[in-house]
Every structure is written in C-alpha cells, then in structure tokens.
Design a protein around this ligand. Structure first.
Ligand code: GLN
Ligand code: ZN
Length: 782
C-alpha cells in the first residue's frame, strides 16, 4: 500500500523562510543566502518524507511567495508594467509582482492569499521559470524521485482576471491553448529529467462549475495527452466535495492515471466513488486532514480505506492527505508549552506524514500477510510498531472524547438551546437609533476610528516583558493606562466624536480573547503561512468555550473614565474568533460559534453595566468561513449571523451596537457572493455598520443602498489605512460627498477603513486631522 503527500509547508518549523525573505528584502542578505535557506528547507522536507516511508513525495510545492505566482512566472505572464524583457524570471521581477517596487505597485492579492494573474488577449506566454524541473532535479540529486506538482491550467485560468484596460467580458479561458503550449514544454522538460509521475492541482473542480468550465477540463487534458504520454498523471482536487458532474468529467479523462480527493471535507465524494470508479486507475484517498491540527482517528480512516480498497483494488489505493499540509502547523516537536494531554490529541504536518504512512502500512499488513518477503523478524516488528502507534492513537482519541477539559455540560446545554431559535433585539433599528441619539447627542456625520492605534516598539516591549514576568502587573497596568491616556487625549485634540481606547493591551484581536476564554490553547511555533512571508498563529479551540471572568471591562471603563465623550467597548465577534482559529472537529462549527457567542454576550452585558454605551463587535472574518459550494453557503451565513445577533440581543435600546466589517487585506470577491454577504451584514441587525471601502467601490455602493433601506448608520472607510500615504482633506471631503450622493446624511459616519495598528503616529496624526477637517467642511455645507 502506497502513501502520498499533496504538499508541505514552506516556511520551516521555526519560520526560517520568513526571516530569510525579510532579510533579503531589507537588503541585509544576498540572493544566495536566501536560496541556501530555501534549498536546506526543501532537502529536510524530502528527507523527512523519505525517512517516514512516503512513496509519492511532492516537489515544486515550495514557493518564495505563492504557487499561483510561481505559475505566472512559469508561463511568463508578467504584466508589462514590470518591464520584464524575457529570459528566466529572477527575484527582481518575481518579487516586484508580489510586493511592488519603487515605481510600480504590487499585483492584487486576494483574500485567499495568492497574487491574481492579470491576463489579456495580447499576453505572450513563454516558458520563463524552470522552477518545477529545477526542484525535481534538486531532489533527484539528493536521491529522492519526486512527483513534480503544477497548478493545473484550468485552475490557473479560473483564478485569473482580465488585466486593466482589457474588456471586462474577456474570458481568460480563451487563453487555454496558449498556456497549454507552455505546459507542454514544462512537461517534456520534466520527462527528460526523469520524472515518472506528475501532479496537476485542479482544486477548481470542487466549485460549482458550469459546463463551459468542465469542458475546459476535458479540452485541456485531451490537448496535453500526447505530451503526457509515458507519464503517470495524478489530478488532485481538494477543499470540498466534487460535484457529480465534475466527478464524471474528471474520471473520464483518458490521460489521468490517478485521481486525488479530499475525503475529510468531501464526504459526499465517497458516495461518488462507491457509485463507480474507473478500473485500472489509482485513487489517492485524502483521509488525513491537511487543514487542521488534530491527530487523525486512525481506526476510522482505516475503515474508510478498507471500503475504498474493495472498490478500487488494493494495488490502486494510495493513502494521502486531504490537501496540501500548507494549511496546518509544521511540527509538534517544537511545542514546548502545550501539556502532554493536549499534545497527544494533535498532529502537525510532520506528524501527519507519519500518520499517512502508518495507515498505508497497516492496510498492507492487515490485508496481505505475505506482502513482505523480508525476514520474519522485520515483518513482526513492522506490525508491532504500527500496532503500538495505532493503540496509542486510539487511547488519545478516547481521552479527547472523555476529557473534562473538553466537555462543559452547562455550556453545551446553553448552546444547544440556541439552535433553531432566532434571537433578535426587540425593537427595530430606527427606534433604537432614536433612543441612542437622545443619549449620545452626536453631531451629524459622527467621526470615529475602527479601534487600534499604532502599536509602537515600546508598547510591544511592555507587553512582552509583562508576559515574561520581567515587569510587575502594576507596572504593566500603569504603562497601558498611560498609553490609553495618550490615545484619548489625542482623539479629543483631533475632535473625534466617538473614541476608542486604542487596544494597546492586545497583540492580536483573536488571541487576546482566546487567552481569556476557557477551551483555547496556544502554540509557540504553530505558524501557518498567510501569504508571502506573513504567517499567522491561530489559537486552538479544543474544548467547550466559556468566559471565567470579564475580559475588557477594566480597560474600557478605565478609558471611559478619562473622557466625557462616548468610549467604544471593543470586542471581536464569535465568527471571527472561529474562523481565525484551528477549530474542533468533534462538533459542528456552528456549535462552537454559539458557545463563543454566549461568552461574548456576557462580555457585552458587563460592558453595558459598567456604563459603556457604544459597543463595537468586529466580524472581519465573516466571509472567510464561507463554504466553497453554493449549496452550503446559506446555512453557514444563517448560523454565523445568528451567532453575531446572540452577542447583543440582551442590551438596552440605548446601547449602540456597531458591527465592524473591516478587513486588513484588500479583497476581491472570489466567488461572486457579494450580495449574500450584504444581506447577511444587514441581517446582523447592528445599529451602525463600519465597512472597508477599498477599491471595489461600485459593489460597495450597493451595501450603502441596502443600508439606506435598512436604516442603520453606515461608516464606509473614507481613506485607506493600508498605505502610508496621507490623504488630503479635499480628497476625503470628495469621498464623503460621493457617499452623501447615495446615503442619507443622518446615517453616514466618517471613519478610516480599518484599525490603525500597523501605521505610525506620523501618518495617523495628519490623516485623522484631515479626516476631521473634511467632515467639518461638509457639515458646514449641509
Ligand atoms: N478593532 C480592530 C482594530 O482596529 C479591528 C480590525 C479588523 O477588524 N480587521 O484593530
Ligand atoms: Zn480570491
């Protein structure tokens, strides 16, 4: 029985690649230094997989930025503005596309964290990056015969957008013949280098595809057939079920030797396979979860694999991961702060490789006693080892199931009671806004900010030293209070109407809450690449969530005591906490969300009791949890929105609830579900909604129009905080005027488009000064 890994994290167990990239970008180290770190990382990954006994080891899953950009380089699809004149694409051009350079900004990044290819009818594709074959050869020189991985041609085109100046109706799929010409060259290069397998990642197959796109799959692989002859071809899908139509198209491809499926998120795919699998082809069964950190339930996986083996035959079943391990943490070995019990429940990428291989071995051993002609001793020891591994896995699964650290009956009951109900504040938004206005007495076009103020080096130092026990609690509290005082004074000077405390006590908007809630654990090295060199370290939600004590009341009421103006209480919403964590796989995500919502509800009510009259709840990550398949989206949005409403259903009419739907990263709408999101935002029934108003202006206009109908206050960001540029007063005034053309004046708020924590005071001061000045100019004209 064979084993396969779809892909592996690139950053390294201690983020070695991140530091090497950043030092190279800062001009502190050479290209050779960076290449050395990268090749050492690749070598150690290949060795690790070889040592574990993995048969199909991937190459070209490494990237200096992301794999889509790698493919753009491979195809020479460099937008003209980067001035590339041909030849092999080097770091200069590559990183200019990713990050911009002194004269040209970067290409667009999506929320799904890849650089979006910009294509047009005139694009000249040429084979311009030999990375795939180079990595294949590099592994081969180390004695490892790998499966080179390419982003499939159809997925690549589906992720592309028409370049600026190209007609919006231009269909990137019309470029298929052109890019296939380059793919053919790459394939023949790989063949010449000795590859016997090739993997095409076509995750696009898990979306709801129209027949045109499915046709593109058939056309593309038929076109590649002669080039691929002599190679074993694996077409890999992941992240969800494939539809019956996609399954049909995929399994009819002549050229394919093997098909890979995500059997963790794609349980319906199992039925498709049971309904028929092409004979003689390999099934790469993704039973080990590539997107989470939980140890696999080996017994359950073994059952699944056994049933699959009966369908496809024992020499045609390959044990695999559900997707690339890129989406999980790297190595549990480096977790020094987690206790042994929790550790026994977990598996990061390095441990998942071992799981995949153990499953393959167990399946072989169990089913075919005589498969191994080695000595008796070897065989016994092999079975023994795998049995020990299986039984410790079984006891870890059992301990996770029964641990009192996981289960809190009161919380379970309270969350279960929420299901099926529809919590909503009793009065409608206009009534509430009237009641709030009587109390708050805000001017027209109220000004505010989204929450965080610049996180200075000194501030980070204070938090670090407090955590490390180097300064006392008293010193820490005083330092934070001092910071809050400065931020409050600054806002008063600027004449902002609704103030924030600046969030100096938080290093991260999810971690800060997770650390104070029960049911959360934190890693020291559990980093996952977000994009480029950026990594995130998601908390692990392992148990029922509850709030032992108030989390933000002290800081918010301290801040309120420093000013007569309203001070916003500042909370992260349940859906964002969920979507930015590694979540439990032993209960539905909705259940976990409801539990978090109840904890946040208690916090909201405590803030109200402490005299806080405006409470902002951040739900920046609402869209990130949206299922890929349309059929599952409505259900998700339903409980996600309900979760938000639960948090504030208990407050008085006079307490103003703000929903902040502000995101750190400019987004484009990948799956054209913008209207559903708008309706969900409205359905959250907040009194005021702040929203990032980045580049997709026309689309956002519809949010505003919906907002008008609904009657809530709307605060579309009036300037972009993601850039150091200081927006001139006239420009902001112009923006406000444009919004007033669509929105009634009494519902419009004025605020930046996101939190200010990544900016410097030298930028924030003048920018906010201009924002307030612009507001006053407009107020005087009204
Ligand atoms: N309150 C958070 C901040 O300002 C909100 C950020 C966000 O939602 N992206 O930092
Ligand atoms: Zn996207």
């Amino acid at each position: 029985m064979a084993s396969h890994i779809v892909g592996y994290p690139r950053m390294g167990p201690k983020r070695e690649l991140k530091f090497a990239l950043e030092s190279f970008w800062d001009g502190k180290s050479s290209a050779e230094d960076l290449q050395k770190v990268a090749s050492d990382l690749r070598a150690s990954i290949w060795k690790q997989m070889t040592d574990a006994g993995i048969k199909y080891i991937p190459s070209n899953t490494f990237s200096y930025y992301d794999q889509v950009l790698d493919t753009t380089a491979m195809l020479g699809a460099v937008p003209a503005r980067y001035g590339w004149t041909g030849g092999e694409i080097g770091f200069d051009t590559f990183f200019s596309m990713a990050r911009g350079n002194a004269s040209v900004p970067a290409m667009e990044m999506t929320k799904c964290h890849f650089i979006v290819p910009e294509l047009g009818p005139d694009m000249n594709f040429t084979y311009a990056s030999h990375k795939a074959v180079n990595e294949y050869k590099e592994a081969k020189a180390l004695g490892v015969d790998t499966v080179p991985v390419l982003v499939g041609p159809v997925t690549y085109l589906a992720l592309s957008k028409p370049a600026k100046g190209v007609d919006k109706s231009f269909c990137t799929f019309s470029l298929l013949p052109k890019i296939l010409a380059v793919y053919k060259e790459v394939v023949s290069d790989l063949k010449a280098a000795g590859a016997s397998w090739i993997q095409f990642d076509e995750p696009i197959l898990v979306l709801d595809l129209d027949s045109r796109k499915l046709q593109a799959i058939s056309t593309a692989y038929a076109e590649l057939e002669s080039a691929l002859s002599g190679l074993n071809v694996l077409i890999e899908t992941y992240f969800a079920d494939v539809t019956a139509e996609a399954y049909q198209t995929l399994t009819s491809l002549n050229v394919a030797t093997a098909f890979g499926f995500d059997l963790v998120r794609g349980t319906k795919t199992l039925d498709l396979i049971k309904g028929g699998f092409p004979s003689g082809k390999y099934l790469f069964a993704g039973v080990v979860d590539g997107r989470n950190i939980w140890a696999n339930n080996l017994a359950t996986s073994l059952d699944t694999l056994n049933s699959l083996e009966a369908i496809v035959g024992k020499d045609k079943l390959v044990v695999s991961t559900s997707c690339s391990l890129l989406h999980t943490a790297v190595d549990l070995v480096n977790e020094t702060k987690l206790d042994n019990e929790i550790k026994s429940w977990l598996a990061f990428a390095a441990q998942k490789i071992v799981e995949v291989n153990a499953l393959a071995k167990a399946l072989a051993g169990q089913k075919d006693e005589s498969h191994n002609n080695n000595s008796m001793y070897d065989e016994v020891s092999q079975i023994f080892c795998s049995q020990a591994f299986f039984s410790s896995n079984a006891s870890a699964q059992a301990s996770r199931k029964s641990s009192p650290r996981v289960t809190n009956e009161a919380v379970q009951k309270a969350a279960a009671a929420l299901k099926g109900s529809d919590h909503r504040r009793a009065t409608n938004v206009s009534t509430r806004l009237d009641a709030q206005q009587k109390k708050l007495n805000l001017p027209i076009l109220p000004t505010t900010t989204i929450g965080s103020f610049p996180q200075t080096v000194e501030l980070r130092k204070v938090r670090r030293e407090y955590k490390a026990g180097k300064i006392s609690e008293e010193e820490y509290v005083n330092a934070i209070k001092e910071e809050i005082r400065k931020v409050v004074e600054l806002q008063e000077q600027l004449d902002i109407d609704v103030l924030v405390h600046g969030e100096p006590e938080r290093n991260d908007m999810v971690e800060y809450f997770g650390e104070q809630l029960s049911g959360f654990a934190f890693t020291v090295n559990g980093w996952v690449q977000s994009y480029g060199s950026r990594c995130v370290k998601p908390p692990i939600i392992y148990g029922d969530v509850s709030r032992p004590k108030a989390m933000t009341v002290f800081w918010s009421s301290t801040a309120q005591s420093m000013t007569k103006r309203p001070m916003k209480g500042m909370l992260t919403g349940p859906v964002t906490i969920l979507n930015w964590s590694f979540v439990r796989n032993d209960q539905p995500r909705s259940e976990t969300t409801y539990q978090i919502a109840l904890a946040i509800k208690d916090e909201v009510e405590d803030l109200e009791k402490a005299g806080i009259t405006v409470i902002q709840i951040d739900e920046a990550a609402l869209r990130e949890g949206l299922p890929l398949r349309k059929s599952e989206q409505a259900n998700y949005l339903d409980w996600a929105v309900h979760g938000f409403r639960i948090t504030n259903v208990g407050v008085k009419d006079t307490t103003q609830v703000l929903l902040a739907y502000n995101q750190w990263i400019h987004t484009h709408m990948c799956y054209s579900n913008f209207n559903d999101i708008i309706h969900s935002i409205i359905d959250m029934d907040a009194d005021v909604i702040t929203i990032e108003n980045s580049r997709s202006d026309e689309k956002l206009l519809s949010v505003f129009r919906e907002g008008v109908k609904y009657g809530a206050g709307i605060g579309p960001g009036v300037y972009d905080i993601h850039s150091p540029r200081i927006p001139p007063t006239e420009e902001i005034a112009d923006r406000i005027n444009k919004m007033l053309a669509v929105l009634e004046r009494n519902i419009l708020w004025v605020n930046p488009d996101c939190g200010l924590k990544t900016r410097k005071y030298a930028e924030v001061n003048p920018a906010l000064t201009n924002m307030v000045a612009a507001t006053k100019v407009i107020r005087n004209q009204l």
